[in-house]
Design a protein around this ligand. Structure first.
Ligand code: B12
Ligand code: SF4
Length: 484
């Protein structure tokens, strides 16, 4: 049995520390352990021609592709189209959160043959090993122009997750280490019920590697150069015993690290412990400065919790990174003002803190999408339109669209330490403008938004050029760009 798994290109891939494609790495490990010959391609680094060569050599029946809502869809569609043109008989399987939530819409695309919903390990193995498709849980497929959805599979248990490792031999792990920085994930799921989050749909149970397992896996990462770890777990601090053991390991190995925590789970002793065991920054999804909006978001936190988290991190001499949102259904201008005021307060309490303000896009099937629909939001109804979503662009249904975009752009400059560098003239200029807007809360139309759009297009072209894929958002066509 043979298979190929693909992680498509991402927008802005060149300006981020690349995260290893854990989605397909875990699936690959599950396959390897069951003697499937599997190859992985990360199209942020690999070329499509390499995928073609591998298909010619291995002649797999199935190719799996991992896709997130947003710009990655456009790259994925192009890859599928190119593969299908050359290898007509190959079956393409989409997995990941987007396809999980919208399997029928995804299958409407001619180049997608199967969707595996939720966690892909078991179902993908069953598919490549030839199990009858009507028996494979979590599989959606087409037959005689009709779409069928098999029942959902159970999520992996903690013990099944602990049997999985990252098969680093399948990729070049050093590609993902930048100056010692490395992004890793050690658990899945989150038990909270935020109205905008996909976890509420199917990933509501936390499961994690034990501390011992984490340490075995992290040891491998240290061997290939990882030194400063960012944990991408949705709920890293879920298990306090695990955290205590990991803290000791971090100290022993002199590791610096960052992770996400809910504002109401932080107390002074945890902050102090974290600090003395290598933590450099905690990341908080604070979301809003209005209690009413926090309630709409079902965040289960209070403004007091947010302020308290800033006081605690300050006292523990820890940096904090707060993520905020605007453009929330039900949010008024007064609520947005409250968010900005609270950010100013937080910044005064802990000047080392950073922040960003994103515009909420009501993702498929989340509770918040229902509220947004009542306010006029019309979700895209095909993959091409889902591909156009950008995190800094306000969805059309919002009334104060331009103002929200300007708030988001301003926050991207003023909230980030990187722009504080005095020796870079362009940063100084941007910072000057942003400071003015921030101080006077003057978020009317401005040239920054215009320049930002041009800048985005430019970066996009450079990034796409590497992988010979470009999407023309006016003509809805993909344009090939010469590869290196
Ligand atoms: C790291 C990360 C990123 C990285 C990129 C990931 C990478 N490998 O390089 C970065 C920071 C670049 C990123 C960007 C974005 N991200 Co992101 N990201 C994550 C994060 C935190 C971890 C991803 C991960 O590795 N998970 C671990 C793996 C094991 O889980 P998994 O990906 O879900 O995979 C399992 C299943 O989904 C399924 N599966 C996945 N792929 C496939 C493929 C096949 C063939 C099969 C069968 C099954 C399958 O099986 C896997 C194993 O069980 C997740 C949240 C999370 N905790 O998962 C968000 C998440 C994936 N991101 C999300 C989003 C929306 C984005 C953005 C599009 C928007 C934004 N907020 O800015 C941007 C994209 C911008 C761009 N530049 O294109 C959403 C996706 C929601 C959705 N509807 O698709 C998530 C779930 C966050 C959230 N809470 O909403 N992201
Ligand atoms: S705490 Fe974070 S990961 Fe958990 S449901 Fe809320 S937004 Fe999602």
């Amino acid at each position: 049995m043979k298979s190929i798994l693909i992680y498509p290109q991402l927008e802005f891939a060149k300006v981020q520390i690349p995260t290893p494609p854990y989605s397909i790495l875990f699936i690959a490990d599950y396959l390897l352990k069951r003697s499937v010959d599997v190859k992985i391609f990360d199209l942020r680094f690999d070329k499509l021609s390499q995928v073609f060569d591998a298909i010619s050599n291995k002649e797999p029946e199935f190719i799996g592709i991992s896709v997130m809502t947003g710009p990655q869809i456009q790259y994925a569609l192009k890859v599928c189209e190119d593969i299908k043109k050359k290898f007509n008989n190959i079956k393409i399987v989409w997995g990941g959160v987007h396809a999980t939530i919208l399997p029928a819409q995804t299958l409407q695309n001619n180049n997608v043959d199967f969707v595996i919903r939720r966690e892909g390990e078991k179902a993908y193995y069953e598919l490549v090993s030839g199990k009858n498709i009507s028996q494979i849980k979590s599989l959606s497929f087409k037959k005689n122009k009709k779409i069928f959805h098999n029942p959902n599979a159970n999520i992996l248990t903690s013990s099944e997750l602990n049997d999985l490792s990252i098969p680093w031999t399948l990729i070049n792990p050093k590609r993902y280490v930048r100056n010692g920085n490395f992004n890793i994930i050690t658990s899945r799921g989150c038990p909270f019920k935020c109205a905008f989050c996909y976890n509420t749909l199917f990933n509501n149970v936390w499961r994690g590697w034990t501390a011992d397992k984490c340490i075995r896996e992290l040891d491998k990462c240290l061997n290939f150069g990882a030194k400063k770890l960012t944990f991408y777990d949705d709920y890293f601090f879920a298990n306090s015993k695990r955290i205590k053991d990991l803290f000791l390991y971090f100290k022993e190995q002199d590791i610096n690290w960052k992770a996400e925590l809910r504002v109401n789970r932080l107390d002074y002793s945890l902050a102090q412990e974290a600090k003395s065991h290598g933590c450099t920054q905690l990341y908080f999804g604070a979301e809003s400065g209005s209690q009413r909006v926090l309630n709409i978001l079902n965040k289960n936190t209070s403004i007091k919790d947010i302020i308290q988290s800033a006081k605690i991190t300050k006292a523990a001499d820890l940096s904090a990174d707060y993520s905020w949102m605007v453009g929330i259904p039900g949010e008024t201008k007064a609520d947005v003002k409250k968010t900005i005021s609270l950010i100013k307060i937080i910044k005064e309490i802990n000047p080392e803190s950073e922040f960003s303000i994103k515009i909420l896009f009501p993702y498929p099937k989340t509770q918040i999408q229902d509220l947004a629909k009542r306010e006029g939001f019309r979700p895209p109804n095909n993959l091409f339109d889902w591909a156009k979503i950008r995190r800094d662009r306000a969805p059309k249904y919002l009334k104060n669209k331009n103002q929200l975009e300007m708030i988001s752009i301003t926050s991207a400059i003023i909230g980030r330490k990187v722009f504080e560098q005095e020796n870079i003239p362009i940063f100084k200029l941007l910072r000057g403008l942003a400071d003015f807007r921030w101080k006077y809360e003057a978020f009317g139309a401005g040239i920054e938004n215009f320049f930002f759009k041009i800048f985005r297009e430019l970066i996009d072209k450079v990034v796409s050029g590497r992988n010979s894929v470009e999407y023309d958002s006016f003509t809805h066509e993909f344009v090939s760009i010469k590869e290196d």
